[in-house]
Design a protein around this ligand. Sequence first.
Ligand code: TEU
Ligand code: CA
Length: 551
Amino acid sequence: MSEKSWWKEAIIYQIYPRSFRDSNGDGIGDLGGILEKLDYIERLGINTIWLNPIYQSPNDDNGYDISDYYSIHPEYGTMDQFEELLAALHGRGIRLIMDLVVNHSSDEHEWFVNSKDPREDNPYHDYYFWRKGKNGGPPNNWQSFFGGPAWTYVVEKDAWYLHLFSTKQPDLNWENPRVREEVKDVLRFWLDKGIDGFRMDVIPCISKNLEFADADNSDFAHVIEYVYSNGPRVHEFLQEMHRDVLSKYNIMTVGEGPGISQERANLYVGKSRGELDMIFHLEHMGIDHGPGGRFDPKPMDLSAFKQLWVEWDKAMGDEGWLSVFLDNHDFPRMVSRFGDDQQYRVESAKLLAMLILTMRGTPCIYFGSEIGMTNVSFDSIEDYRDVETRNFYRIFREKGLSEQEFLRLVEQQGRDNVRTPMQWDNSTHAGFTTGTPWIQVNPRYTHINVAQDHKASDSIFHFYQEMIAWRKAHSVLVYGSFTEVVTDHEHLFIYDRKSVDEHYRIVLNLGSEQVSRPELSGFALVFGTHEEQDPDLVGPWEGSIYQKIEV
Ligand code: TEU
Ligand code: CA
């Protein structure tokens, strides 16, 4: 049994501020909008919020390109409003973790603007990675996560700078101790305001392989793990951040883990490591990606999906800790990707909620999942906003793909699927804004919205509310062991959660067909996604929790 921590008992709700609620009619979600919805968040049963970046940014990557780590983007509001939100959340017993993006900054950050100065003794030169080109091109063949070369040439420097993401997101050089001190100052600034921790963006990437050798780009997931992530000094840098700053506060840190494998995970989150508290591993997020990444899709493999949950729980053991999720601002809506967003939208949304809320690990719910929001399908590439989508559109068109062919890929795997505005009601723009939204509202808002779910007692929202309350009332779901109960049916996922004096068995049907109900003698049904249950058959997308009855 791992020791108790508030962040293991947390129920995290991820808010993408740009799309949650616009309070001043400019079509962009903001802090004022979140303040308006605190009753809603509290009613759901949330006790921790992860806020995507709200800092000053040119918004090339919607805030993941920070130009001033110490100020709030005016589109989102003011520092006073931020402090008002933090106090209001704490007043309700809700914690707030912020998004820390320090693998890279914006190219409009003063550090980078100064770094571009060609003078030899430029103190900012080594804040970033500048290298001479090779044979008239980039220093190596690294490719950006967003398509295209990971290097851009600056004529006044006669050199190329590294950016694993967009050209406007130059990678910070953590080898430089001054950069590490700058990061510590940023950490202290926000922690001294009283926030409760950080989600750390692409944190496995902060240590680079400095020989910058060419990569084998035939399998991008392999490049992410063995070239971009898990560099030679990553643990040294994280232990320095923990030793000098993070360890001095009662906070939580969760790393976003592209490239973190099951074997490496506890190097980052092992309780004796002095690095991070938990990670979002991304292995299941690539389960239907081919070697070319998200726009090179392959069929979903349900057995592999189930197996990953089993393997990752084993990888964590009693040493580490995961935050478990099925979607976030980078990946499609979970009910569309892992459920059925047509005939069984309500049932499958509830089932997936039961999965993440009964699993061992801190559940993280992406806003809108609690009402079963789905992927979106826009008519034109002009309707899409994501820099990754727009970059790959250009690349695919150059390869001869038509707009319609690319739009099919975006509908399935694009990030704007999860960035359409929150659907509050069936009024214009779903009650998100009185202005013109920065991105179109999903047309399904007319029947998929909070107001609708609040009226229906058997709605997805009410199930989330009940399931969250149930998890809070049963600490075995936090601290109990996890053991898969092997079944011979691909769609059935059954596992036990046990403590010294409690034993629950969770039976999930991850599909649209009925399946024979497994033998459950000695168990009594205590909670389920369906009011009625057939004694012999597990219904489509039916989930149930049984308690072992001592005889
Ligand atoms: O994401 C990094 C990451 O792994 C995802 O961007 C994903 O792998 C990528 O979309 C390729 O498919 C983090 C943030 O969550 C993301 O929003 C940012 O765009 C990115 O880093 C750069 O900061
Ligand atoms: Ca606004």
